[in-house]
Design a protein around this ligand. Structure first.
Ligand SMILES: Nc1ncnc2c1ncn2[C@@H]1O[C@H](COP(=O)(O)OP(=O)(O)O)[C@@H](O)[C@H]1O
Ligand SMILES: [Mg+2]
Length: 352
């Protein structure tokens, strides 16, 4: 059902609140800081507008929504982008089927009108022009002015706002007058091992402890080396790994191989170095400095264009490198190799 509010004779159609439930696991001090910033200690007091900082995927949006939930109020998320214009943030005109203009309040303005909480997500992706339209909202004035609708919209006394910001390179510099209005700063650090395991268990209750412990060990090693691998990456790795294992019907003994594959596909080959306890065969194959692709190429080489004669000896050289036995290469197997090149096509063979 469409809900509307009329301000200065202009009817605004309201947005819908988020209906998911987000829970913050681990360090509750962050939640306390957010709730403290929103608290009113006196009638003459006013709430602060905290800013949650940290690398992508560390839990900023989750923290803001979980704190909002603890306030017992609906939460509205506004996802900022580099294309966000002031009217997107506030009120947008929409032409109806009967050629009439209706004005739609953004999630932010809806939260202002309903006395709810707005999470302005990834705010530093917005340009200064958009920030400027929020300046009066973020100080003692607590209102916005919609140029398009021609109205001034005051915030309900219970309205609260929190802005999350990634500290990656793909963002704008926030102007100083906005910086000073978005305080305090709450910086999220990577969780310790115990909390990280709890977070993974909470988000992936269907995954076994062995898998989650293995992924958490990986993340902790990467955090110690200041790698930007986040909780979200860990969740994606464990999730993908469990899908691979189920789809390929493998048992637990193969788990490290699947985690390795998931890490490689999600974070790239360099990340593999932070995995531990690779199965003996994989460990031997990998060696300290060799990338997985190199290894796979080595393994594939003899099957691609094996020489017709002396193949058993040639293969043995490779398979000994890899720690494999002879017994896979019985005399009869040469015949199953399929499109073996003629000796004339094989420069190595011509020399012998
Ligand atoms: N402390 C935490 N408690 C619960 N889930 C968390 C926590 N930290 C991270 N997550 C999970 O990690 C993922 C990424 O979190 P998100 O809030 O989207 O990160 P960000 O906003 O920093 O990019 C989500 O799936 C979220 O559920
Ligand atoms: Mg986020």
């Amino acid at each position: 059902m469409v809900e509307t509010v009329t301000i200065e004779d202009v009817q605004l159609v309201l947005s819908h609140p988020e209906n998911f439930t987000m829970e913050w696991i681990g360090n509750q001090y962050y939640v306390k800081q957010l709730l403290a910033a929103w608290l009113m200690v006196d009638k003459q007091d006013q709430p602060l507008n905290p800013r949650v900082l940290g690398p992508p995927g560390i839990g900023k949006t989750t923290l803001a929504c979980a704190a909002a939930k603890q306030m017992g109020r609906p939460v509205y998320i506004y996802q900022a982008t580099a294309d966000t214009r002031p009217e997107d943030l506030l009120v947008q005109p929409v032409i109806s089927a009967r050629n009439e203009i209706t004005y739609h309040a953004s999630p932010l303005v809806t939260a202002m009108l309903k006395g709810s909480i707005c999470v302005l997500d990834e705010g530093n992706r917005m340009s200064e022009k958009s920030w400027a339209s929020l300046a009066p909202l973020l100080d003692h004035r607590r209102y916005v002015e919609s140029i398009i609708a021609g109205i001034k919209i005051p915030a309900h006394p219970d309205f609260r706002i929190c802005c999350t910001m990634n500290n990656d390179a793909s963002t704008y510099e926030i102007p100083e007058y906005i910086h000073s209005r978005l305080q305090p700063q709450i910086t999220i650090e990577f969780p310790d091992r115990e909390d990280e395991l709890k977070i993974l268990k909470f988000n992936l209750p269907f995954c076994g402890d062995d898998l989650l412990n293995y992924v958490v060990d990986f993340l902790q090693r990467a955090h110690a080396k200041d790698e930007p691998f986040s909780v979200r990456d860990g969740i994606n790795i464990a999730r993908y790994c469990s899908k691979l294992m189920v789809s390929e019907v493998k048992d637990l003994a193969d788990m490290p191989d699947f985690v390795q594959r998931a890490v490689q596909q999600i974070l790239g080959e360099k990340a593999i170095q932070y995995l531990s306890n690779l199965p003996v065969s994989t460990k031997e194959i990998l060696g300290p400095d060799r990338s997985l692709n190199e290894i796979l190429n080595v393994i594939k080489k003899p099957t691609k264009s094996p020489p017709r004669k002396n193949s058993k000896e040639d293969w043995r050289l490779v398979s000994e490198d890899l720690g494999e036995g002879d017994d896979e290469w019985d005399a009869g197997e040469d015949d199953e190799l399929g499109d073996v090149p003629d000796d004339d096509d094989n420069p190595d063979r011509r020399e012998t």
